[in-house]
Design a protein around this ligand. Structure first.
Ligand SMILES: [Zn+2]
Length: 116
C-alpha cells in the first residue's frame, strides 16, 4: 500500500457542524457538534465533549485572566459516529450520487441524506 493511498483512506468522513456521538472512551455516549476537523492525526474537535483543564497564565495585553480553563480537546475521529438528522440514530456513512450529480453522504439506516 502506498503512503499517499493510506493517508487518503484514513481521512475523516466527518465535516464541520456535523452532529456526532462518542462511541468509546471516557465521554462515550455524549453528543455534540463538530467545531473543527484537524487533519493531522485524523482528529476532531467536538463541542461539549472531552473537556480538559488547561492552566493559563494571565496576559493583560490580550485581556486573558490566569487560572484554570476548561476547554474541549480533540478526539480521534475513530471514536465518533455521525448522528442522522432524519432518524436520530448514530450511523456509519454511505455515499450516493444525486440526480443533479452531487455526491452526498447518507445514513445507513434510513438512507437519509446527511448533507443539507
Ligand atoms: Zn437515518
Amino acid at each position: 500500500m502506498g503512503r499517499a493511498v493510506a493517508k487518503e483512506r484514513v481521512r475523516s468522513r466527518l465535516r464541520k457542524n456535523d452532529n456526532v456521538e462518542v462511541i468509546s472512551g471516557r465521554d462515550s455516549g455524549k453528543r455534540g457538534r463538530v467545531l473543527q476537523i484537524i487533519p493531522a492525526g485524523n482528529r476532531v474537535l467536538v463541542q461539549g465533549v472531552c473537556f480538559v483543564k488547561k492552566h493559563t497564565k494571565p496576559n493583560p495585553q490580550r485581556n486573558i485572566k490566569g487560572g484554570i480553563l476548561e476547554r474541549e480537546a480533540p478526539l480521534s475521529a475513530s471514536k465518533l459516529m455521525i448522528i442522522c438528522g432524519e432518524c436520530g440514530k448514530r450511523t456509519r456513512i454511505g455515499f450516493k450520487r444525486l440526480a443533479d450529480g452531487r455526491k452526498v453522504r447518507t445514513c445507513r439506516h434510513c438512507e437519509g441524506v446527511l448533507d443539507k
